[in-house]
Design a protein around this ligand. Structure first.
Ligand code: PAF
Length: 281
């Protein structure tokens, strides 16, 4: 049976209010479509922790700082629906652009500090776009719980902060990164890699795992990161946008690993920008 698909906020809200009237907990998985096993793991987590599951599909123009990136972003709604079918998803919310950004839309949600640096420094406006659309999707769906992957770790921290700051009554689940057999983090962008670049791409995870091991065995952070950077470039990446150790709690730069930290990386191969991160220790 087809999953009910809502394009407008009013019928989506009506459906959610009926579920809530029956005491059901509503779980939401926000996506931009082009679903892969990483998304499906979030759907599984939603299924286990909520009574009703909504998957949102909206390619959010406001979070693309590069017009080609927006144009090339895969749009695969029909195959996305097929992938969701076995998971007992209750509804897809794939709003028309005007439901998110009606004419005259003038509001911008900007989360300071956690948005600084890392992807925030290299993709101007990206996180304002994410924060604005996530706020709208949470309010439009009335999500009781929402599920995000740890692969986009900075995004997860930003959403946690905005939900807290704006008193949005939604609980956030951060779910572990899902990896291919060769440890490449799953991403909708992986489908844009040539066969040669796809074969080289796992070097990103190998490099950060090796750096983590070196740091934990007492090597200086600087030398471990320098080696990781040169390994990534040697594997065929064109550049390393950032490779940094950050405090896991507030995402500020750190050179200590006696409390939880994250090693985060972004690098480009064949024109495709990949990100990954790993917990240290
Ligand atoms: O992670 C994503 O796919 C997007 O940034 C999100 C959270 C769906 C907002 O557009």
């Amino acid at each position: 049976m087809d999953i009910a698909t809502f394009r407008r906020v009013a019928p989506m809200r009506l459906q959610v209010s009926q579920w809530k009237a029956n005491g059901h907990i509503v779980g939401v998985v926000p996506t931009m479509g082009a679903l892969h096993d990483g998304h499906l793991s979030l759907v599984r987590a939603a299924r286990e922790n909520a009574d009703r599951v909504i998957v949102t599909i909206f390619v959010n123009p406001k979070q693309f700082n590069n017009a080609d990136d927006l144009t090339n972003y895969p749009r695969t709604e029909e195959s996305d629906k097929k992938k969701l079918a076995p998971f007992g998803v209750d509804a897809i919310y794939a709003p028309a652009a005007t439901e998110i950004y009606p004419e005259g839309f003038s509001t911008n949600i900007s989360v300071a500090n956690v948005s600084d640096g890392l992807c925030g420094a290299h993709r101007p406006g990206h996180f304002d776009g994410v924060a604005t659309v996530v706020t709208k999707l949470l309010l439009q769906t009335g999500a009781d719980v929402v599920f995000f992957g740890e692969k986009d770790f900075q995004q997860l921290k930003i959403v946690k902060r905005l939900v807290r700051d704006l008193d949005i009554p939604t609980r956030i689940f951060g779910c572990p990164t899902v990896r291919d057999k060769d440890n490449l983090a799953m991403s909708s962008r992986n489908s844009q890699l040539s066969a040669r670049d796809r074969a080289a791409a796992p070097a990103l995870y190998q490099a950060i795992s090796a750096a983590r091991d070196k740091i934990l065995s007492g090597q200086t952070i600087e030398s471990a990161l320098q080696k990781a950077r040169s390994d990534i470039l040697a594997a065929g990446f064109a550049d390393v946008e950032y490779l940094e150790l950050r405090d896991e709690a507030d995402l500020q730069p750190t050179n200590q690993v006696d409390k939880p930290a994250r090693l985060l990386v972004a690098a480009t191969i064949g024109g495709v920008r990949l990100i990954d991160n790993i917990q240290v220790p």
